[in-house]
Design a binder for this molecule. Structure first.
Ligand code: BGP
Length: 472
C-alpha cells in the first residue's frame, strides 16, 4: 500500500461531540431527538423537554475529551481523522449576522491538536445535522434560502481553517435523502400532509447539490489546494436470480445512488438522473444559472460508506436491514447483531464498479461493525470486530493491488464508541476504544482500549501488510 495512504477513523459531531449548549452553540436537529432504546422508534420533539434524555446532548463528550481522544488516535498511528463540524456551533440559528467565535475557536483547537500529531483532518461540513432554527423558520432544505446560508457557513469555516484543513466533504451520505425512512437527518424536513413528498424530496436534493457545488466553487477561490469530495451511502446490491427482470430491478436500485454522484462528478443531471426522475414522476424547480453552478462545482474525489450488501429481485422479501436500507437476504452471508449482512467481497466489487464509472480517486469514508460489546477486566475482546475490519481491509487491498483501483484512504467507523445515527443507542458500538456510557448517558465516560486498538495500530504500522493478530 502506498506510503501516503490515509489510514484513520471517521466520526460525526452530533453523535460524538456533546456539549450541546456550551460555547454558544445553538440547538441542532439532533438535540430534540430521543433515542430508540426505549423499545420504540426515535421521537422528534419541537423543543427540548425537561427530564427527557436526548443522546446528542452529551454523546461521548468529544467536546471535553478531544485532547485525550486525539492522543489515543495518535497512539494508533492515525494518518487522518474524518470528523464533522456542527453548523449550529458556528451559526447557532443558521442565519445569524455573525458567526459564533467560541465555536470557531473550539474547532481550531481540535484541528491544531490533530496537526500537532500529524493527523490530517478530513472535514464533513454537513453530517446529518443542522441548526434547528432553520427548520422552524424555513422548513429545512425544502427552502432555497438554505443554499446560501449553507455556503456562507461553509465559507466562514473554509476561510478560518484554510491553513489547517485540505480535505473537505460537503454532504454526508447525500443520497440518504432518497433512502432513509424520513428526510429529517439529511434535510431537516418533516413532510406536511398536503404536499407531494416526492417533489419536496427532489427539490431538497437539488438544493443540496447546488449548495455542494457552490461551496466547491467558493472554496477553490479561498485555496486552490483544497480537495473536495462527495460522500455516498453505497448500496452494494445483487440480483436475486439471473432473470432479466431481476437484473433490471438491480439496475433501477442503483439509480438513486448514481443520481447524486453523477451530478457531483459529471456536473449535470445525466440520463441516469432524468430516468430516475421519470420513474419517480418527480417535478422540481431549476433556476437559470443553476446548471452553470453544477457544471463548475464538481468534486475531486468520490468518498463512500460501505457496511453491507443486499439482494434485489421480483420475489425478494424485504427482510434484511442495512445502513438506512432494506432489501433481500443473501443466503451466503452472515449478519451483524443488527441484521446487517457482512460482505467484504462486496467492498471490492463496489470499488470496481464505482471506479469504472467515474475514474476519479476513491476514499472509503466509513466502514465498520456495530456490535454489542462485553466490557470485562478493563477491556473488550472484540475479535469479531477485528475479523470484520480485517476482511474488509483485505478486500480493499485486493481492489487496490490486483484491480488497480485508485483509492487513497480508509477511515473505519468509528474509532471510539459514539451514539448510533440510526437508533440513538450506545449499545451499538463501533469503537476501537470503549466509552463507559450506556443508552441513557449513565457511566463514567472513561475511555478503555479494546483488543482491536492494538490490532489496528499494527495494521497502520505495517501499512496494511500485517492484518493477522496473535494474542500477546
Ligand atoms: C452512516 C452514517 C453514520 C453512522 C453509520 C452507522 O449512515 O453516516 O453517521 O452512524 O452509518 O450507522 P448507525 O450509527 O445507525 O449504526
Amino acid at each position: 500500500m502506498r506510503e501516503d495512504f490515509l489510514w484513520g477513523g471517521a466520526c460525526a459531531a452530533n453523535q460524538y461531540e456533546g456539549g450541546y449548549n456550551e460555547g454558544g452553540k445553538g440547538l441542532s436537529i439532533n438535540d430534540v431527538e430521543m433515542g430508540a432504546s426505549h423499545g420504540h422508534e426515535r421521537e422528534i420533539h419541537s423543543y427540548v423537554h425537561e427530564g427527557v434524555y436526548y443522546p446528542s446532548h452529551q454523546a461521548t463528550d468529544f467536546y471535553h475529551h478531544y485532547k485525550e481522544d486525539i492522543a489515543l488516535f495518535a497512539k494508533m498511528g492515525f494518518k487522518c481523522l474524518r470528523m464533522s463540524i456542527s453548523w449550529a456551533r458556528i451559526f447557532p440559528n443558521g442565519d445569524d449576522v455573525e458567526p459564533n467565535e467560541a465555536g470557531l475557536k473550539f474547532y481550531e483547537s481540535v484541528l491544531n491538536e490533530l496537526r500537532h500529531y500529524g493527523i490530517e483532518p478530513i472535514i464533513t461540513l454537513h453530517h446529518f445535522e443542522m441548526p434547528l432554527a432553520l427548520v422552524k423558520k424555513y422548513g429545512g432544505w425544502r427552502n432555497r434560502k438554505l443554499v446560501d446560508l449553507f455556503v456562507r457557513y461553509a465559507c466562514v469555516v473554509m476561510k478560518r481553517y484554510q491553513h489547517l484543513v485540505k480535505y473537505w466533504i460537503t454532504f454526508n451520505e447525500i443520497n440518504s435523502l432518497f433512502i432513509a425512512k424520513t428526510p429529517w437527518h439529511q434535510a431537516g424536513i418533516i413532510y406536511q400532509e398536503d404536499e407531494n413528498r416526492t417533489d419536496v424530496m427532489f427539490q431538497a436534493a437539488h438544493y443540496q447539490l447546488l449548495a455542494s457545488a457552490k461551496t466547491i466553487i467558493e472554496g477553490r477561490k479561498i485555496c486552490s489546494d483544497f480537495h473536495f469530495g462527495n460522500m455516498i451511502l453505497y448500496n452494494c446490491c445483487y440480483a436475486q436470480t439471473c432473470h432479466p427482470q431481476d437484473q433490471l430491478l438491480l439496475h433501477e436500485r442503483l439509480l438513486p445512488i448514481y443520481y447524486f454522484s453523477d451530478v457531483q462528478i459529471r456536473g449535470k443531471y445525466t440520463n441516469t438522473c432524468t430516468a430516475y426522475q421519470k420513474i419517480m414522476n418527480a417535478h422540481f424547480d431549476i433556476e437559470a444559472g443553476d446548471e452553470e453552478i453544477l457544471k463548475n462545482g464538481v468534486v475531486d474525489f468520490y468518498s463512500f460508506s460501505y457496511y453491507s450488501s443486499l439482494v434485489e429481485g421480483q420475489n425478494v422479501e424485504k427482510s434484511a436491514n442495512g445502513n438506512l436500507l432494506d432489501g433481500g437476504m443473501n443466503p451466503y452471508l452472515e449478519t451483524t447483531d443488527w441484521g446487517w449482512q457482512i460482505d467484504p467481497l462486496g467492498l471490492r466489487i463496489s470499488l470496481n464498479l464505482i471506479y469504472d464509472r467515474y475514474q476519479i480517486p476513491l476514499f472509503i469514508s466509513e466502514n465498520g461493525l456495530g456490535a454489542i460489546d462485553h466490557f470485562e477486566n478493563g477491556t473488550v475482546n472484540d475479535d469479531y470486530r477485528i475479523d470484520y475490519l480485517k476482511q474488509h481491509i483485505q478486500a480493499m487491498k485486493d481492489a487496490i493491488e490486483k484491480d488497480d483501483i485508485d483509492c487513497f484512504g480508509y477511515t473505519m467507523w468509528a474509532p471510539v464508541d459514539i451514539v448510533s445515527a440510526g437508533t440513538g443507542e450506545m449499545k451499538k458500538r463501533y469503537g476501537l476504544i470503549y466509552v463507559d456510557l450506556n443508552d441513557f448517558g449513565q457511566g463514567s465516560g472513561k475511555r478503555y482500549k479494546k483488543k482491536s486498538f492494538e490490532w489496528y495500530k499494527q495494521v497502520i504500522q505495517t501499512r496494511g501488510e500485517n492484518l493477522s493478530w496473535k494474542e500477546e
